[in-house]
Write a new protein. Sequence first.
Length: 355
Amino acid sequence: MSTQNQNLRTLLQRGLVIPAHPLALTAERRLDERRQRALSRYYYAAGSGGIAVAVHTTQFAIRDPRIGLLAPVLQLARETARDAQQQHGNERPFVMIAGICGPTAQASREAALARDLGYDAGLVSLAALASASDAELVTHCHAVAETLPIMGFYLQPAVGGRRLGYGFWRDFLDIENVVAIKVAPFNRYGTTDVVRALAASGRTDVSLYTGNDDNIIADLLTEFRLGDAKSKPARFVGGLLGHWSVWTRRAVEQLDSIRSCREAGRPPSPDMLALGTQITDANAAFFDADHNFAGCIAGLHEVLRRQGLLAGRWCLDPHEDLSPGQADEIDRVYRAYPHLSDDDFVAEHLDTWLA
């Protein structure tokens, strides 16, 4: 194993806040480079341990040849993050994750592009392989892992994912270049399948990252004791989340608090458990749970628009916007949970990030 690969594993095992990076657009639905950079600067300044780019929150349509934004968006994020690190004396590492999509040939090309741009790992979406067998999926992931360290991705079916059972994850974990798994089925049975597979694999060099935006704090607080007596307990050490693309400063503080609690051997407090339910309630508004997540990207954009980071909530698809009543729901959670917002932090630094 290379030193670079080992360093990446060590960073991921520490537990990081990794926001899924949105796409800043102008009213003409073209890339707004100024605000795209501002978002990356925000995530770095908020204390995130990295960002994930070209993932669902960035909009998969950036890969459409008629849009042609995959390479520009990946490159812009890498350059902006590197500049931020240099401006702060390279005081901390910053993990760059690239979304990897499509059939094997496309996914391998995307992995090579990400590697050449300086990305650390690829988050492999299997949505394009809806009819493939588990064996074919594992072969696909092996091929991508030959180019770039990979993070597995259990994406919920409501936004394009597919069912991935225990057998798939157990075989997936035999791939040496797997460094982490993002678990985001929004389903406790599916989540348990992944954790049980990791326990059975015996691997201690693969980190679990929650992508269950509806259950963030519970995932991070839970010690999973699954399998037989020989199986080691497993934990989610961090998160790679669309929800963490907003109110990010608070997310960093929440993970720091949870980490301190774990390291001290303290049980979670009632206040922390209550916080988890409040975050889930806020997520329901942002992700548009009432309409099966139809407005999830627009909902995140709306929060960033209110903070001034985005000029509007435009998506690449002109028909993609907030669902009926979603804006009222966002108003409600703003009023109910002012302690979850980092509006003051954003207001203090916004002009600098937009410069």
